[in-house]
Design a protein around this ligand. Structure first.
Ligand SMILES: C[S@@+](CC[C@H](N)C(=O)[O-])C[C@H]1O[C@@H](n2cnc3c(N)ncnc32)[C@H](O)[C@@H]1O
Length: 395
């Protein structure tokens, strides 16, 4: 394994490119953490009270959006956020392009050797869902699936390096990748010590950031990870093998997975469901139920449903649905989560949801207290401080 090169280390930014990336990270922090507070103040002091005076009641999230659309503060904030989102990808593309051929060679070589014992199984016949092919999700040029050359890994590299810039200014995100998986894995280990998952499935794994940390907590588990995009999977596999992490990556639609019934103890995902339609969500959860072993747990990290947040936050989260090419985001959060999983085979009483503090930036005792059921402080999902998760046990 000594001569295996880490695909994540190949793209080197120039001094000026790095300065640009830092600028984008800090700009995003300003937008999300500082300017958004100014916008909230305008809502709290003027827009909200004016609505209440006219209507004799507080507005819903949708109504807040209608009101805020006319506010110059929202227009400026939204334009800035949209531009910063595009700049995130632009800031890393030149370095990825310069190193692309080398990364492709590394991924090919690793796929022949599989030094850590994992694998990659691509399906050239796969029909990639419209949710991925019809628009550039997150404004990422080429989305998750586009292949510009044979054996392409570009989209995996763009996503991997772009997300570093994307979250680089946020206090709960800037230290490590894989925060969500690390948080879920540690939480599950503490909260359900008897589960001891032997086989784990990660859906919509993209570049594998939130797949690999399951092996830190459950080193003996067998891990499968699926995605529809070949370039992201090639990158994920090369990276996992270089890190000595044995994961089996598959190009597979989560709506029609080919794993056998009762295969997995834990089925998970992160930032996945809000990108698929509600109809597809239900097909995927039904398949999760089929693939879980009795006693197994499905636990997905996602944005909290609208029933869990105040109307202003609902309006705030809707931004991505309108401007970040995530059209299913709003309908997903409108869903009644316990009812939805009950439609898919789970018993209503076996529904679970947790707000898991971010493992890497939370004091150990606080994390453990939370995992053992004593939620010390109710914090909002956002900027990585806490991860909303939902799912169910198959009894
Ligand atoms: C936002 S990304 C997930 C990010 C990733 N889990 C992480 O934490 O870094 C959503 C991923 O889901 C994949 N995807 C979308 N629809 C899918 C489907 N029906 N089956 C499998 N993967 C899908 C996309 O290709 C994309 O890679």
């Amino acid at each position: 394994m000594g001569n295996i090169r880490d695909i994540t280390e190949v793209s080197k930014s120039t001094h000026d490119e790095y300065a640009y990336q830092r600028f984008v990270s800090i700009l995003r922090k300003k937008i999300l953490m500082d300017y958004s507070k100014d916008m909230r103040t305008i809502y709290d002091t003027r827009v909200g009270p004016a609505f209440e005076k006219r209507n004799g009641r507080a507005p819903t999230g949708r109504e807040i959006r209608k009101e805020m659309l006319h506010e110059p503060q929202f227009e400026a904030w939204s334009a800035l956020r949209h531009t910063a989102q595009q700049m995130t990808w632009w800031s890393i593309q030149p370095a990825v392009e310069r190193s692309l051929q080398e990364m492709i060679e590394i991924a090919k070589e690793i796929a022949e050797q599989n030094p850590a014992g994992g694998s990659i199984n691509l399906d050239s016949e796969i029909k990639i869902p419209r949710e991925v092919t019809d628009l550039d999700v997150h404004l990422m040029p080429g989305c998750f699936h586009t292949e510009y050359s044979d054996d392409d890994v570009a989209q995996g590299a763009v996503y991997h390096h772009g997300t570093t810039v994307f979250s680089g200014g946020l206090p709960h995100r800037k230290n490590s990748k894989g925060d969500v998986a690390r948080s879920i894995a540690n939480f599950v280990n503490l909260r359900f010590p008897d589960l001891k998952p032997k086989r784990i499935l990660d859906l919509g794994c993209t570049a594998g950031a939130n797949t690999l940390p399951y092996l830190e907590v459950f080193p003996d588990a067998e891990i499968d990870a699926i995605d529809v995009g070949a370039p992201v999977l090639r990158f994920a596999h090369a990276r996992a093998e270089a890190e000595g992490k044995k994961v089996h990556f598959h190009q597979m639609n989560a709506e029609t997975p080919t794993f056998e019934d009762k295969s997995f103890d834990l089925i998970t995902s992160s930032f996945f469901f809000h990108e698929v339609s509600v109809a597809a969500t239900k097909r995927i959860i039904s398949e999760n139920y089929r693939m879980l072993k009795p006693g197994g747990l499905m636990l997905h990290m996602e944005l909290p449903p609208n029933s869990e947040v105040d109307p202003y936050y609902e309006f705030y989260l809707d931004w991505d649905a309108y401007y970040n090419n995530e059209p299913h985001y709003q309908a997903f959060r409108d869903m009644d989560f316990p009812a939805a999983i009950a439609e898919c085979g789970f018993k209503p009483e076996d529904y679970v949801q947790f707000r898991i503090p971010n493992f890497g930036t939370t004091d150990n005792k606080e994390f453990e207290d939370n995992a053992r059921g004593n939620e010390t402080e109710r914090r909002d999902h956002g900027n990585g401080a806490v991860w909303f998760t939902f799912g169910g046990f198959k009894k």
